[in-house]
Design a protein around this ligand. Structure first.
Ligand code: FAD
Length: 811
């Protein structure tokens, strides 16, 4: 008899160890314990079985104990919970459904117990209506509930991989889904700017997305569930799926002398050996090293678990194998869209103070002249030494192969220059002669070599308006459909002729739709002696990053979104704008509509993702009637009725429909009134500008003390004035601050939004919050002391906005 190997856990890591071990060692005695009834099942397929994409339950069962015995001669013991490990005597204690309690000795012990859903203690937790998803019995419970109770609404708590997959699959079943996520964004591997693309896709497919709002408690309701969020909002649903993360299933190792980390994960070395020589561990339950930054990390993914199983089998059989760390390469389907990420995101790099640069690109998935190409949104993170630190991609087609290409280069410690040199398979239906991966490499290389100094969308808000000019080099039709506030427009094709109008003392922050024309314009400017930087990712990234979900919408009669753009609308002319990138579809629409008669309908087929929103604002701006616009995967279909009369009305109405408010006062009650009016007007789709001057500036000050260089008088003045909205006094009955406290309490009790929330919603809602430059100078307030999202402007700016307004208040 050979060595005796006991394996705890019979799915990814465990089953993979067992099978490889047998292939290497016919003599070994291998016993695999599994707590549940099933081994080697397809965890990753569970949500898709619930949703119906995987039709047969049997397909989830990749292996059975009998098949493992027949092919690999493995003694599989299901319904066998390993409850204790005595490493001194090399003994495990098993609690078996059939055999009761017993022990087994081992020469080698392999631990792959995985991770279980994390369920915090939440008041009102009701097991009958709150489900978790880890294994086949969990799946059966959810499926049974849906089949029997025919629920119409569900709450998914947590926006990680499992949460999002469940949300999509429940939607596919015709259930109205709300996702509640405590963090500012779902899907932690992505940065906010990239996942915003996915969040919009979820919303476009009918999912309510609630961000930055964890759950506080559940309330009982007959035949349903009321979930109360941290901010007091309530969500009513027929059931909930709790998916807020996992924790290692290592309770049974307590007292075993096997070293565990701070969060209960098993500590292993490169050979996946635990702190004890003949005990190995794999999968979700172990600490891994991050391949990029070398820090301890936890990456519960199937790929690493399976690979670790194989390495352990090798090591037990005398073949030296090492696990060198995890890149965290991951991918998710969100309806028709795909998101994928590898390596570190900006959040991680910032936390570890690792320097990095970022570029964005929006190339097409394949040659634009071949039908069906869709744009990709690609973010590459790298350093000035050319190391690739991370990448994130969103798109409809070809996301997987791009992320895998980059992951491969990263795994082999390749550089940005290697991305440019990769020779990738190309024919028009599949790619372009310069693949998106090559393009990302070129753009990053231009940054490293100084040919293209870039700024990111985040730099725009913080730009110095005195010393810089924001230059939009897109066509007029694109600009009419939306632009970054404060930009001047010169089409890139006219830039050379207009250089004499530009000021060499200013720095030009250039942007176009995706960054390409911006790069060309930047090169023109630089070579003509101007200072210029290009907004990487262009307006597309700027706009995508600004997406904020609408929150909870209770559609009583929710039916799943239309799969494709099919409707029965009659049309007079059809325009094929598929494969065209912006402004192509808009230009073509414009041209076609101009050639049509009043009342005629144009059907437009497009694939540029921006077209879905663009066509709405184009119709609004031009007064044409948007009968319907729908999205089916990458395909967007719009029906537009030519309407000239409304065109004039729209122009007239939009010209004088803005609202301006001068906020002069720093009194709490007046500040509240100003923001209530502003938010109200904004919710009616009016453009609102709030111009803060003199005492009003105090409303915009940050709460904390900001260290900025100031003269004596400025310092004195600053310390005497209230620092931020929380310190404001009432204009009447202030009673040494008691009045302010009372009014805040009354507002809270009556569920009225606080001043701070009103300010946030004004900023998030796109209201122009402008601090008067002259008043700031007079009062010695510096830009750094003001809250984020505030613009600095002069009287000219205010007057310009007031010109286009039909309401102008002085508060
Ligand atoms: P598991 O595969 O979870 O196996 C551990 C097994 O050990 C369990 O069956 C458990 O019952 C058993 N066990 C635990 N303790 C004991 C004990 N004391 N005695 C006996 N038996 C015990 N990853 C991806 O990469 N891509 C995906 O798309 C993906 N989708 C997923 C979808 C879902 C719904 C879930 C739940 C996971 C998904 N994962 C995905 C994660 C992936 O399944 C895990 O990373 C992987 O299965 C981990 O392997 P493991 O061997 O560590 O643990």
């Amino acid at each position: 008899m050979g060595k005796k190997v006991l394996i705890v856990g019979g799915v990814a890591g465990g089953a993979s160890t067992a099978a490889r071990l047998r292939r290497l060692d016919e003599e070994a005695e291998i016993i695999m314990f599994e707590r549940g009834e099933y081994i080697s099942f397809a965890n990753c397929g569970l949500p898709y079985y619930i949703g119906g994409a995987i039709k047969e339950r049997d397909k989830l069962l990749v292996q059975t104990p009998e098949a493992m015995k027949a092919r690999f001669n493995i003694d599989v013991r299901i319904n066998s919970d390993v409850v204790r490990v005595d490493t001194d005597n090399k003994l495990v204690y098993i609690n078996s459904k059939d055999k009761g309690e017993y022990t087994e000795v081992y020469d080698y012990l392999v631990l792959s117990p995985g991770a279980r859903p994390f369920i915090p203690e939440i008041p009102g937790y009701n097991e009958d209506r709150v489900f978790t998803l880890r294994n086949i019995p969990d799946t059966d419970r959810i499926k049974e509930f849906i089949d029997e109770k025919k629920p119409s609404s569900a709450l998914v708590i947590g926006g990680g991989f499992i949460g999002i997959e469940m949300a999509e699959n429940l939607t596919e079943k015709g259930i109205k889904v709300t996702i509640a996520e405590a963090a500012p964004h779902i899907m932690a591997p992505f940065d906010g700017d990239m996942i915003a693309i996915g969040e919009k896709e979820l919303e476009d497919n009918g999912i309510n997305l609630v961000l930055n709002n964890g759950i506080n408690h559940f309330e009982q309701k007959e035949n349903g569930l009321v979930t109360v969020l941290e901010n007091g909002d309530k969500i009513t649903s027929d059931f909930a799926v709790m998916a807020i993360g996992v924790k290692p299933d290592t309770e049974f190792l307590k007292g075993s002398k096997i070293e565990l980390g701070a969060k209960g994960h098993i500590k292993v070395n490169e050979n996946l050996q635990t702190s004890l020589q003949n005990v190995f561990a794999a999968g979700d339950a172990v600490e891994v090293l991050d391949y990029i930054n070398g820090q301890i990390s936890y990456v519960p993914l199937a790929g690493p678990a399976n690979k670790m199983g194989r390495i352990i089998a090798d090591n037990i059989s005398g073949i030296k194998g090492a696990y060198k760390g995890t890149l965290g390469t991951s991918i998710i389907k969100m309806f028709n869209m795909t998101g994928a990420a590898v390596g570190n995101n900006e959040r991680t790099l910032k936390r570890l103070s690792i320097p990095y640069k970022v570029i964005y690109a929006h190339p097409a998935s394949h040659a634009t002249y071949y039908p069906g190409g869709d744009p990709l949104s690609l973010k590459l993170i790298f350093n000035m030494e050319g190391d690739i630190l991370g990448a994130q991609i969103f798109g409809y087609t070809g996301v997987d192969k791009r992320i895998d290409g980059i992951a491969t280069v990263m795994r082999l410690k390749g550089k940005v220059s290697d991305l440019t040199e990769l020779e990738l398979a190309y024919a028009p239906p599949f790619s372009s002669a310069k693949d998106p991966v090559n393009m990302a490499g070129y753009i990053a290389e231009n940054v490293i070599t100084g040919k293209n100094d870039v700024i990111t969308y985040e730099d725009i808000a913080n730009r110095d308006r005195e010393k810089t000019v924001l230059l939009d080099v897109r066509t007029k039709i694109e600009v009419d459909n939306g632009y970054i506030d404060g930009a001047v427009n010169i089409d890139v094709n006219e830039l050379r002729d207009k250089l004499s109008e530009l000021d060499k003392d200013k720095e030009y922050l250039v942007y176009c739709k995706v960054g390409l024309r911006g790069y060309i314009a930047t090169r023109i400017l630089l070579q003509n002696g101007f200072k210029a930087k290009n907004l990487t990712g262009g307006y597309e990234t700027y706009k995508a990053a600004a997406f904020t979900p609408k929150g909870i919408k209770n559609d009583k009669n929710f039916t799943k979104q239309i799969k494709s753009g099919e409707t029965q609308i009659k049309f007079d002319k059809e325009l094929d704008a598929e494969g065209l990138c912006c402004p192509g579809p808009l230009l073509q629409t414009n041209l076609n509509i101009s050639e049509m008669k009043l009342g005629e309908v144009l059907k437009v087929n497009a694939t540029d993702p921006g077209f879905y929103e663009d066509i709405k604002s184009w119709c609004k701006n031009t007064g044409n009637d948007l009968i319907n616009v729908s999205k089916g995967g990458p395909k967007i279909t719009a029906y537009i009725k030519k309407d000239e009369k409304k065109e004039n009305e729209a122009a007239a109405a939009s010209a004088l429909d803005n609202k301006t408010i001068v906020v002069f006062s720093g009194d709490l009650d007046k500040a509240i009134a100003a923001f209530i009016i502003a938010n109200g007007a904004s919710s009616m789709n009016k453009k609102v500008t709030m111009f803060f001057t003199f005492w009003g500036l105090n409303i915009l000050r940050k709460d904390e003390k900001i260290n900025v260089k100031k003269g004596f008088m400025d310092k004195m003045f600053g310390s005497m004035m209230p620092r931020g909205s929380r310190k404001l006094k009432l204009s009447n009955m202030n009673m040494m601050g008691m009045g302010s406290k009372m009014i805040r309490k009354v507002m809270k009790d009556k569920n009225i939004t606080s001043l701070e929330e009103l300010i946030k919603s004004a900023i998030d809602g796109g209201i122009n919050i402008v601090a008067c430059q002259m008043s700031m100078d007079v009062m010695g307030i510096k830009k750094e002391e003001l809250i984020d999202g505030v613009k600095i402007g002069g009287v000219g700016y205010y007057l310009g906005e007031a010109e286009e307004s039909n309401v102008n208040l002085f508060i």
